[in-house]
Design a protein around this ligand. Structure first.
Ligand code: UDP
Length: 416
């Protein structure tokens, strides 16, 4: 038996006033056709990362509309995660030496997890496998049930993968009944993808991170962190990672501050105790800030959790996402949903979130600084941009849309 996650409960009815009526009806129609289909989501962790964040909303909503959805965590331990972190980076283009030992570790954890699934003797209509860690489950559960349909959901950009790792994984991935990618540009070159389905991720507008906070409550929270809420601030929420370019953000702030001297900068990033790279980059950023009293660095380790992120995002005068490389960039939709104007790098999933008018796409520090200064100096222009961004997110990047897209694929695979 795989470890099950209890994701709590959610009700689609609560989203009714937020989403379009047609979307609500489409979900009801699809779930009626699916008639209690049994779905098992499997991934590698219930904590941290975008996939867990999404499943905590998606699984309860699937249950609420009558799907028998469960969420299982595959077996894992440090040697396995070391290998799969290597795979993850390699699929995104990093160098990686695929060793016989690495393959053996990866296969063994998949084999054990598959054996646990077979032993449990549960019947599933659909297996929903997330990311590379559990990708061999289908292979090792051969014979579980002829009728079960298998979906592989890839959350990362595999367009320029390390060839060794892709060649190794390709036959397993090709064996799935359907594959989901965030966008066409993220699919790997030269492999067969039957029933390729493009579905971008989404944010939960009712989670503590995204639910409506009053201006006063947001200000009350932000004030407690020492940020002067009578002056404007620019915000970036991101891991401390070279691809998120926090040093570039400081350059942007410095240039914008020349035009709007009272500007402050807030950088928020989640830190893991076992992520030495993150710490290196945190200290690099602290050094680069050079004691500037108007630059604030916060993290989960200084008590900035979901509600606090919400408060900072709700109150920021400009939200920046100066990524050099990006997956989807959930933080962009999070900020747009709060009606904030964005200044964001033209990479990964950012343009599709921002192009409808919620922000300004930039390629350089200079462009970003010019955009920030313009928004800081013209609050009406900023507010109008924020309104447009929010409507675009409402239409495209909230969880009910993701639920509808997943259910439509289920119906197609099950022929109902
Ligand atoms: N996040 C957070 N606290 C932080 C930094 C990030 O809660 O200090 C969250 C952020 O709100 C978002 C997720 O982590 O929900 C990051 O997802 P995204 O797709 O933007 O980037 P990734 O880290 O997956 O590259």
């Amino acid at each position: 038996m795989l470890q099950r996650v209890n994701p709590g409960t959610k009700s689609l009815a609560d989203y009714r006033s937020i989403i379009r009526r047609e979307l609500y009806d489409e979900i009801r129609d699809l779930s009626a056709r699916l008639d209690g289909a049994r779905v098992l989501h499997v991934n590698a962790t219930s904590f941290g990362g975008g996939v867990a964040e999404i499943l905590y909303t998606l699984v309860p909503l699937m249950r609420d509309v009558g799907i028998q959805a469960d969420w299982g965590i595959m077996f894992g331990a440090e040697p396995f995660f070391n290998v799969t972190k290597g795979f993850h980076n390699a699929l995104q283009g990093a160098d990686y030496e695929l060793t016989v030992e690495g393959r053996a570790i990866y296969e063994e954890y998949n084999r054990q997890s598959a054996a646990a699934l077979v032993e449990a003797e549960d019947e599933w209509d659909l297996m929903f496998i997330h990311d590379p860690q559990p990708a061999l489950l289908k292979h090792f559960t051969e014979g579980l049930s002829e009728k079960t349909k298998w979906i592989w959901r890839c959350h990362i950009d595999t367009s320029t993968p390390n060839k060794q790792v892709l060649d190794y994984l390709a036959p397993y991935i090709e064996g799935y009944d359907a594959q989901i990618y965030t966008m066409n540009e993220y699919t790997p070159p030269g492999i067969e993808l039957p029933n390729l389905t493009l579905i971008p991720p989404a944010i939960d507008p009712l989670s503590p991170k995204n639910m409506a906070l009053s201006h006063d409550d947001a200000r009350y929270i932000v004030n407690q962190f020492g940020v002067d809420t009578s002056r404007p601030f620019i915000l970036q929420v991101s891991r401390f990672d070279p691809w998120k370019d926090p040093l570039g953000v400081i350059d942007v702030y410095r240039a914008a501050k020349e035009e709007v001297p009272e500007t402050q900068l807030v950088l928020i990033g989640s830190m893991a105790h076992d992520d030495p790279e993150g710490w290196d980059y945190w200290y690099k950023t602290v050094n680069y800030a050079a004691g500037d009293q108007d630059i604030f660095l916060f993290s989960n380790l200084t008590n900035v959790g979901a509600i606090e992120v919400n408060a900072f995002q709700s109150l920021a005068d400009v939200v920046i996402q100066k990524s050099i490389r990006e997956g989807f960039g959930l933080v962009v939709s999070e900020a747009l949903w709060k009606g904030r104007p964005m200044v964001a790098g033209r990479v990964g999933g950012i343009p599709m979130q921002v192009t409808a008018g919620g922000g300004i796409l930039v390629d350089t520090v200079h462009e970003a600084a010019t955009a920030c200064a313009k928004l800081l100096k013209d609050p009406e222009y900023a507010a109008e941009m924020g309104r447009r961004g929010k409507e675009h997110v409402r239409e495209h990047y909230l969880t009910p849309r993701l639920l509808r897209d997943d259910l439509a694929l289920f119906a197609k695979l099950l022929g109902v």
